[in-house]
Write a protein that binds this ligand. Structure first.
Ligand SMILES: C[S@@+](CC[C@H](N)C(=O)[O-])C[C@H]1O[C@@H](n2cnc3c(N)ncnc32)[C@H](O)[C@@H]1O
Length: 250
């Protein structure tokens, strides 16, 4: 098996200094409120916690959060920002982890689940998440809808994200519809300093029905699916999905 975990760690270590700039326009308040409701006063586990964009405001609402991530640099930033909040990060692979405890909520956002590049790793992630759920607990995945987000698009694709006098942001995708993977480069030019940056990645996109099947394979029950954190109905044109699975009492 490719050492995806090590590769991801290296990629996100080098992207970590620029990550905040990339996500600065995203409002996380609705997401954080929804996750706080789902945690129901228990402890939450985030898979691919990064530098705490979601985990920190969730902890500020009084929900203790454990986060796992492949990138030591992202985790270092998370630790530096925790400032006494109940957030702890661990370097662990979301495809296969054992934290020796259970949670009322396990969640992953921002299509981080798609960073597991094979179906085998994705099913293993479901199995690990299921083992870490307390009875009645919820596993939630927020991810792009493959067709309307452009992931399951043509064979080759270039998407310009932002352009200005001194700044350029685009994504280049090479799509393999057989493996359901997209080989991607996130490319940035601009600064300061005025320089090029690239984040290479392979994402394996998953349609909702396959997620449900993975859940059933590990004994989780599909609970609900919506288009966003405010609970909008999922439609054919929705760009995102929030899919929730529950672990029934044994
Ligand atoms: C898109 S970022 C999301 C970070 C954070 N959840 C947020 O919303 O800002 C994806 C994160 O997943 C982490 N990651 C990728 N593959 C991983 C794996 N196999 N195990 C654990 N973390 C992983 C990366 O290091 C990165 O921090």
């Amino acid at each position: 098996m490719v050492d995806n975990f090590r590769i991801q760690g290296e990629r996100w270590d080098s992207w970590a200094p620029f990550y905040d700039e990339d996500v600065k326009n995203q409002d996380v308040s609705t997401c954080v409120s929804a996750l706080a409701d789902l945690a129901g006063g228990g402890t939450a586990l985030e898979l691919g916690v990064g530098n705490g964009r979601i985990a920190l405001p969730l902890a500020a609402k009084g929900i203790p959060v454990i986060g796992i991530d492949a990138s030591g640099e992202m985790l270092r930033q998370l630790k530096g920002r925790a400032q006494g909040l109940p957030v702890v990060g661990h370097c662990a692979d979301m495809a296969n982890f054992d934290l020796g405890r259970q949670f009322s909520l396990v969640y992953t956002v921002a299509s981080s689940f798609f960073l597991l590049p094979t179906q085998e790793m994705q099913v293993a992630c479901f199995a690990s998440a299921a083992r870490h759920l307390a009875d009645g607990g919820t596993f939630v995945i927020e991810a792009a809808m493959p067709l309307s987000s452009g992931l399951a698009g043509p064979r080759e694709q270039m998407i310009v994200r932002e352009i200005s006098e001194d700044h350029l942001k685009f994504s280049a995708f090479l799509h393999d519809p057989v493996a359901q993977t997209v080989k991607a480069q996130e490319v940035r030019f601009g600064g300061p300093p005025q320089e090029w940056r690239m984040l290479p990645n392979t994402m394996r996109y998953v349609f909702p029905a396959e997620l449900d099947l993975m859940a059933r394979l590990v004994g989780l029950k599909p609970a609900y699916r919506v288009a966003d954190w405010s609970g909008s109905r999922l439609k054919a044109a929705s760009t995102h999905q929030v899919s929730a699975y529950t672990r029934q009492a044994q």
